[in-house]
Design a protein around this ligand. Structure first.
Ligand code: UDP
Length: 471
């Protein structure tokens, strides 16, 4: 009967990119807590996680995929989260509505970047609780909300003049150059949150307590992460939906040969592209630092690699100082390895949270979107990271030049991994955060309890509905 059957949650992730990964993990986590999770996707985008869901089903979890069919000839490209506006997914509106009319789930969790979904779902008047996933932590959301509300960026005269974000528990300074696509994201969030039932957040209370409290004053919210920790499946960790460009065992062997906490892992997420000049500066800086490293480079060279880079790759291989991965890397597996002692990251929220969960301090190098806020959380609030330099995001993708020189790269690597007191302190703090993250998702932990509470609330709602019908 409807009271005892499991609570059914629909998850409607964004198409590809860094937003899809955490929502799949979240669906998995709720299924592990006893809900029936259904992931709504397209044929093309489901290919990247289909196998992992099949594995979950085989181990007895109640998790499914429902495919929305696109109109003939229609194609939805993968999202490049660094581009604005992001992919328009509104061609999914008709099939989504049809699905919701056929099967009334207990809730639907949708990504804020399906900007049309709020109206589409609410206008159906089916009384299905609509829950928003915004892809960020509470700190970044509070920063964005307070900039929207108090407009401190309008009080400065240039793109590079710092302003303080009012109304936060910590003193946070930003510049206008660090607010790319601000209005677009703020409007999208605003639109999604109007009339929503609540917000689910991939974070954990102990990471940002002041900001969780602040966020919860404005939003009905469930803080349920880090969701990446809920997936114990090794193959999923390695792939994160894409086939890794290198077999995991050879990476693990390479890492095994290095001293504990000595290796720097360098990755700029799934979307960012670096100018060739910038890549060379990083290469020189890494080489000069003498620190072992794993560097994930995707198709940045657009064809020909320069002579310098080919020689560099060869040299790093011979000296065993560095391992270069051309393509998708098993990021979680690498970060979890005991030899990794630092993470040079673009501060995408997933990467930031994965670094935290694995107890790894960071070198921050934000490129776009809310990455600039996440950097502040890491360096100014948590104090588990050093920034490698300020840059103007506009120059990053478009101009063939380097914003951060080799000396700055070398200095940042030495500061974090060179054995100095500051680096050691950051590592100890990061390790503690990592332990707290794991506790949060274990039985009785804060995120665990929040996830259970959401399921219970949805079940109670259903019970009230049943009573209403019976009356
Ligand atoms: N990722 C990965 N291998 C790669 C690049 C990225 O597994 O080579 C994963 C990473 O672990 C994270 C996600 O892709 O879960 C990237 O999300 P994030 O929010 O950090 O950045 P975005 O890609 O959205 O800029």
């Amino acid at each position: 009967d409807s009271v005892s059957s499991p609570v059914e949650m629909f998850f409607f992730p964004f198409v590809g990119g860094g937003h899809q990964i955490p929502m799949i993990d979240m669906a998995r986590m709720f299924a592990a807590h006893g809900a029936k999770s259904t992931i709504i996707s397209t044929h093309k985008h489901a290919l990247s996680f289909r196998e992992s869901i099949l594995r979950d089903q085989k181990s007895g979890h109640s998790i499914f995929i429902t495919i929305l069919s696109l109109p003939d000839d229609a194609d939805l490209s993968d999202t490049d989260m660094s581009a604005t506006p992001v992919t328009d997914t509104s061609m999914l509106e008709v099939p989504l509505k049809k699905l919701l009319l056929q099967r009334k789930p207990d809730c639907i969790v949708h990504d804020m970047f399906h900007r049309w979904a709020a109206d589409a779902i609410d206008n159906l008047e089916l009384d299905i609780p609509r829950i928003v996933f915004n892809g960020n932590g509470c700190f970044a959301s509070c920063v964005r909300d307070n900039i929207s509300k108090f407009k401190p960026h309008e009080t400065v005269n240039s793109r590079y003049e710092p302003f303080v974000v009012p109304g936060l528990a910590d003193r946070i300074e930003l510049t206008r150059s660090q607010l790319p696509a601000f209005q677009f994201v703020a409007d999208g969030m605003q639109k999604s949150k109007e009339n929503c039932y609540g917000v689910v957040v991939n974070s954990f209370y102990e990471l940002e307590p002041a900001y969780v409290e602040q966020f919860k004053k404005q939003n009905k919210a469930w803080i349920v992460g880090p969701v990446s920790l809920c997936n114990r499946n090794i193959s999923d960790k390695a792939e994160r939906g894409k086939k890794a460009a290198i077999d995991e065992q050879s990476i693990l062997n390479w890492l095994d040969s290095k001293a504990p906490n000595s290796v720097l892992f360098i990755s700029f997420g799934s979307a960012a592209r670096l100018a060739q000049e910038q890549i060379l500066e990083i290469a020189y800086g890494l080489q000069a630092s003498n620190q072992p490293f794993i560097w994930v480079i995707r198709d940045v060279f657009k064809g020909e690699r320069t002579d310098f880079f080919s020689r560099f790759e060869e040299k790093m291989k011979e000296s065993k100082q560095g391992l270069i991965i051309n393509g998708w890397a098993p990021q979680l597996l690498i970060l979890e390895h005991g030899s990794v002692g630092g993470f040079m990251t673009h501060c995408g929220w997933n990467s930031t949270l994965e670094g935290v969960s694995c107890g790894v301090p960071m070198i921050t190098w934000p490129i776009s979107a809310e990455q600039f806020y996440n950097e502040k959380l890491v360096t100014d609030v948590l104090k588990i990271g050093v920034r490698v330099g300020t840059l103007d995001w506009l120059s990053w993708n478009m101009e063939p030049r380097a914003s951060v020189g080799r000396d700055a790269v070398e200095a940042a690597v030495k500061r974090l991994l060179g054995g100095g007191e500051e680096g050691v302190e950051m590592r100890n703090k990061a390790r503690l955060m990592g332990e707290m993250a794991k506790k949060a998702v274990e039985g009785g932990g804060s995120s665990y309890n929040n996830a259970v509470a959401l399921i219970k609330e949805l079940r109670d709602r259903r019970r009230i509905d049943d009573i209403k019908y019976a009356a």
